[in-house]
Design a protein around this ligand. Structure first.
Ligand SMILES: *Cc1c(COP(=O)(O)O)cnc(C)c1O
Length: 330
């Protein structure tokens, strides 16, 4: 038995999430495209952070914390899911949210995710771009301690080794579902940000001796920086699944070609990807993450990096609540 089975955990997530075929988009792209519906994890509109939070809240509870502090962008999906999870398990919630220069602004400060954060009763600290949010979070923890509270700081995107265990679970679901539906996937695509999703999937596949290649489409930063981030977290995550010291050489694939000008700033290809999924499949993507991931997948089809007829799995990591902050784009 690996450490994974002994980690404290709470229950937040509808699982397994379904894998669905996308017939009309498949035809449009000339491939067989499937989608893993992690936008349907259940909590607060769903999304990938819910899986991570099952383990993170387990850890917070075992440490006796009464408050969760986390950080992200103003329109952070992770912050929304953390606020909801905190409400469900009776934690106070403090969110340190960084304004990102260059994003559209009309609904950005009041609609979408941040509207929901407030509804879940979270306390919001808005900080300017460039402020060290993690440092701010730890200062807040110290201040709260003076008032008798014990806070647990959840890192950006919930991406610690413990958080990424949520995606070991997801990797196991994918293996089960592909076996019971007799589909063999050639490649898996996702949007990668704070790296916990990709690292957890890779750790889960490695533990199951599965070599399915995982393509992380960067939503920020360049490919090399992101690859180092995923690799470091993968090494930590492998310890928790009992594979400490196993090499990660060649396992981490990232592509920074679809980032555009930076985090939260979308490109015309992102708008096209969102429109295609909505109009061919009735599926909502988002402009910050899944839109960039799908823009990458579409370009791989058009440029021949995915060959016609391949079986491709896209992980829908959620985020459509963010659409309401980008009204003027659509
Ligand atoms: C956070 C997030 C991601 C990226 O996941 P990481 O584990 O941070 O790499 C992708 N899609 C959505 C919608 C997200 O909120």
């Amino acid at each position: 038995m690996s450490l994974f089975d002994q980690l404290p955990r709470v229950s937040l997530c509808h699982q397994p999430t379904p894998i669905e075929y996308m017939p009309r988009l498949s035809k449009h792209l000339g491939i067989n495209l499937y989608i893993k519906r992690d936008d349907c994890t259940g909590l607060a509109g769903g999304g990938n952070k819910t899986r991570k939070l099952e383990f993170l809240l387990g850890e917070a509870r075992s440490q006796g914390a009464d408050t969760l502090i986390t950080l992200g962008g103003i329109q952070s999906n992770h912050a929304r899911q953390t606020a909801a999870a905190a409400a469900k398990y009776g934690f106070n919630c403090e969110l340190v949210l960084e304004d990102v220069e260059g994003t559209v602004k009309q609904d950005y400060y009041a609609n979408g995710n941040i509207l929901l954060d407030q509804l879940f009763g979270a306390n919001i600290h808005r900080v300017n771009e460039g402020v060290d949010c993690l440092d701010y979070a730890y200062q807040l923890k110290t201040e709260l301690a003076k008032k008798g509270h014990k806070a647990f700081v959840i890192p950006l995107g919930g991406s610690s080794a413990i958080g990424s265990m949520g995606y070991v679970q997801c990797a196991n679901e994918i293996l089960d579902e592909s076996q019971s539906n007799k589909i063999s996937f050639d490649k898996l695509f996702l949007a990668t940000g704070s790296a916990g999703t990709q690292a957890g999937l890779l750790a889960g596949f490695k533990a199951a001796d599965c070599k399915l290649p995982v393509y992380g489409m960067c939503v920020s930063q360049d490919s090399q920086t992101k690859s180092e981030l995923v690799t470091a977290l993968l090494a930590e995550s492998l310890k928790l699944v009992g594979l400490e010291g196993t090499g990660t050489q060649g396992d981490v694939i990232t592509d920074g070609a679809y980032v555009g000008e930076g985090y939260g700033i979308h490109t015309p290809a992102v708008v096209e990807a969102i429109n295609l999924c909505a109009q061919l499949e009735g599926i909502l993507l988002d402009p910050v993450y899944t839109g960039k991931g799908m823009a990458g997948l579409i370009d791989y089809c058009r440029s021949g990096k995915i060959t016609p007829g391949e079986n491709i799995l896209f992980i829908h990591t959620g985020g459509s609540q963010g659409l309401f902050a980008y009204r003027e784009t659509f």
